[in-house]
Design a protein around this ligand. Structure first.
Ligand SMILES: [Zn+2]
Length: 76
């Protein structure tokens, strides 16, 4: 496909500490509305709290949020 896969980092880009796999709370703001999604599989830095999630996971979440807040079903 010609698309390079983003490499999953093993160390925090901020402080260099090894990242740990963990379920994180991912926050995303769509049109000034804040959404919090629990139990997102991601990586966490134990030292500074930096969080990282897979690009694929992130796009899935954005799609889910977009669908949830999509057009009102009863508006016609
Ligand atoms: Zn860190």
């Amino acid at each position: 496909m010609g698309l390079a896969l983003l490499m999953r980092p093993t160390h925090c880009t901020a402080c260099g500490t090894a990242l740990m796999e963990a379920a994180i709370v991912y926050e995303i703001i769509v049109d000034e509305d804040l959404f919090q999604i629990d139990d997102v599989p991601g990586l966490v830095c134990r030292a500074c709290g930096e969080q990282w999630i897979d690009e694929e996971v992130r796009s899935n979440i954005e799609q889910m949020v977009a669908e949830n807040r999509g057009p009102e079903p009863n508006v016609n």
